[in-house]
Write a protein that binds this ligand. Structure first.
Ligand code: FAD
Length: 446
């Protein structure tokens, strides 16, 4: 126990042996930012969180929060102040009958999904193993079956939050409603520490599988035209995506993998839904075509994980758009021409959101999502690869509606991540709950 802070978990001050290891351990991306908090607290439980936030208040210093450390930009690693690691708060409770669950912020989404699967239940957890629910749910959360269930924050019914004044409050549609509104979309600019999420969970879809086709670069323009044309008609139970990479099965050089995870109520339904792919005119140009593989989630996680290996350095950027394919093609061509070696890649995702969502801070989305991931191994290559995502997104920014907080790089390229009205409301709610600005705001925002 660190007696001066009243904390049972471990505390590292800058200069302590163990400080640098504790700082590095907060980041999944191996590109550790050159930013140095004064103190790192590894909270054991909600009481530690309360003590740490109260201590920061007395000391008059800022607080950064980390759950799973998957923020690409290392949003939680800031200069000075307190870095509060809440990854150990990972308790999950499931009430099968009520279709409800609670989880600590440090629980990885794939683990939550597996625990729910044992009860034949389901939650739109993120597409990659290891991403913790803390940061994922606060920013929106694009997970399995999210086209039907909505961004995962839509399934957050309440949150327990340690606020800047060192109190723990319950926030829902009925209590602290503005804080609850903010917790569903403020992402890395949230002004409190969520110590528990209360979730609505769902019956597990009866059929989970995927279809896939790969194409060589000579089909590049035709594949993009086809994706843009069919996107709006693709059933919600299909998450149509395309990955552009220099490592594509069945292809030499740059290629495209069109992948369609399916969440259906029967095999017949899955096959019917996939007709757009299996009967398309482009199918005969596919190098590899898997018409339908009933797989469950595990192979889907494995497939996605190939593109996001552990132990690498990452730089990312992204945009939402509804621009026409003709407007986007020059920028997309530049992306293909300049694509770094694998596992770097581009993700194209068909989102096509419904016209209405519940009232929550989350408010930036569009028909198509484009994200760039530069991935490399050695620090000596930073200068070569680090700028690619931001440079390409800058060239296309005219066609962007805004960006997704999941893959934010706001410190390098500020962009709209909620609507202007919602940003103004977030500022008002922050002023109510965190008037002294104890918690860090989004990077790239003064
Ligand atoms: C390999 C990989 C795959 C990904 N796949 C997906 C995906 O499929 N879908 C998707 O939507 N996103 C995805 N993401 C993005 C991911 O959801 C976000 O980076 C998210 O913030 C990660 O959550 P975390 O808790 O692990 O991150 P952290 O880095 O711990 O948190 C990010 C930020 O959220 C805030 N925060 C975190 N926990 C709390 C808390 N308890 N209280 C208050 N504030 C908090 C802090 O500001 C923090 O800086 C992926 C990221 C990676 C690296």
């Amino acid at each position: 126990m660190d007696s001066s802070l009243g904390i049972a978990g471990r505390v590292f001050r800058r200069g302590d042996s163990g400080y640098e290891a504790a700082r590095a351990a907060t980041m999944w991306n191996q590109r550790l930012p050159p930013r140095f908090p004064e103190v790192i607290v590894q909270a054991n439980d909600a009481n530690d969180v309360l003590s740490a936030v109260r201590w920061a208040g007395r000391a008059g210093i800022k607080v950064g929060v980390r759950s799973g450390g998957h923020s690409w930009s290392g949003n939680h690693v800031r200069d000075g102040g307190l870095l509060l690691d809440v990854s150990r708060l990972d308790e999950v409770r499931i009430d099968r009958r009520a279709r409800k669950a609670t989880t600590g912020p440090g629980r990885a989404g794939h683990q939550l999904a597996a625990m729910l699967a044992r009860e034949k239940l389901f939650f739109p957890a993120g597409h990659c193993r290891g991403v913790a629910v803390g940061g994922y749910l606060l920013q929106g959360g694009y997970g399995w079956h999210s086209r039907v269930l909505g961004p995962a924050c839509m399934s957050v019914e309440a949150v327990d939050v340690v606020t800047a004044d060192g109190e723990i409050v319950h926030a829902s549609a009925h209590e602290n409603a503005e804080l609850y509104w903010a917790a569903r979309g403020a992402g890395p600019g949230f002004f409190g520490v969520v110590v528990r999420f209360h979730l609505r969970v769902y019956d597990r879809p009866k059929v989970i599988g995927f279809a896939a086709q790969t194409f060589a670069a000579d089909a590049f323009e035709d594949v993009f035209r086809w994706l843009h044309a069919i996107g709006p008609e693709v059933p919600g139970g299909i998450e149509l995506q395309m990955l552009l990479s220099r490592h594509t099965p069945g292809v030499r050089g740059p290629g495209m993998t069109v992948i369609a995870p399916v969440f259906a109520s029967s095999y017949g339904e899955a096959w019917r839904w996939l007709a757009f792919m299996n009967q398309s005119a482009l199918r005969r140009r596919a190098r590899i075509a898997l018409p339908f593989v009933p797989s469950g989630l595990t192979p889907l996680y494995y497939g996605v994980g190939q593109h996001y290996p552990d132990g690498y350095r990452y730089a990312v950027d992204n945009m939402w758009t509804s621009a026409s394919i003709d407007d986007l093609l020059p920028g997309l061509r530049r992306i293909v021409e300049t694509l770094p070696p694998p596992p770097s890649h581009m993700l194209w995702m068909n989102w096509a959101p419904p016209p209405e969502r519940p009232d929550m801070a989350y408010s930036m989305e569009d028909k198509i999502y484009l994200a760039l991931y530069s991935v490399w191994k050695h620090a000596r290559d930073d200068a070569q690869f680090v700028h690619w995502p931001v440079a390409r997104m800058r060239e296309m920014e005219y066609w962007a509606t805004g960006c997704q907080l999941a893959d934010e790089n706001l410190g390098q390229r500020p962009a709209r991540f909620v609507t202007d009205n919602h940003l103004a409301r977030l500022d008002r709610v922050r002023a109510m709950y965190d008037p002294a600005e104890r918690f860090h705001s989004w990077m790239g925002r003064p």
